[in-house]
Design a protein around this ligand. Structure first.
Ligand code: HEC
Length: 157
């Protein structure tokens, strides 16, 4: 029993100590997605869906829940955000080439249609997209791709 007590105390101390290690917060302003939205023209409904369900991991602006303050949850969320942003960051849209923009939207359609995005661990807490919301997002992304596709065709000639 004594051994278990020691282990528990060490764990408790470790838990307290890691609270002092804080990942940098991903909190530049929500305005950082303006260029993305100006170009891809989501309806206000789609913009709302993206804000609610996607930008937490795919922009420079995360709305953190209270438990994001608690390590090791904070590390885990930080990992998702950095990983998600590495793949697709709406706040960095202007830095993407036309080809990359088109490709990201293609991936986006695929991810949403297959129900892979938002991540499962996120939908446990935040809920998933409804079928109607999924459809709206896919329609918007399909429309948005047209402008990039036509630009790509012009540059091919
Ligand atoms: C909890 C964080 C999180 C949320 C919320 C989230 N994603 Fe992701 N997303 C990720 C991660 C992590 C990856 C990398 C996934 C992988 O490799 O499996 C990713 C990958 C992607 C990709 C793939 C990009 C590529 O190049 O392959 C797209 C597109 C995408 N997400 C779109 C969305 C959309 C649209 C939403 C909202 C409907 C959303 N995501 C919500 C974390 C998230």
């Amino acid at each position: 029993m004594k051994f278990i007590k020691i282990v528990l105390v060490i764990l408790l101390i470790a838990l307290v100590v890691i609270q002092f290690i804080r990942p940098d917060k991903n909190v530049s302003s929500y305005e950082s997605v303006t260029a993305f939205e100006t170009e891809t023209q989501p309806s206000s409904e789609v913009a709302g869906i993206l804000k609610q369900n996607c930008y937490d991991c795919h922009s420079d602006h995360t709305t953190y829940p209270w438990y994001a303050e608690i390590a090791p949850v904070s590390f885990w969320l930080d990992e998702h955000i950095e990983h998600g942003k590495g793949h697709f960051n709406a706040s960095a849209w202007e830095e993407y080439s036309v080809k990359k923009k088109d490709h990201k939207l293609e991936e986006l359609i695929e991810m949403v249609e297959e129900g892979e995005m938002p991540l499962d661990s996120y939908t446990w807490v935040h809920g998933d997209l409804s079928d109607a919301q999924q459809k709206l997002v896919v329609q918007w992304a399909t429309m948005a791709r047209l402008q990039y596709k036509s630009k790509l065709e012009v540059s091919d000639k």
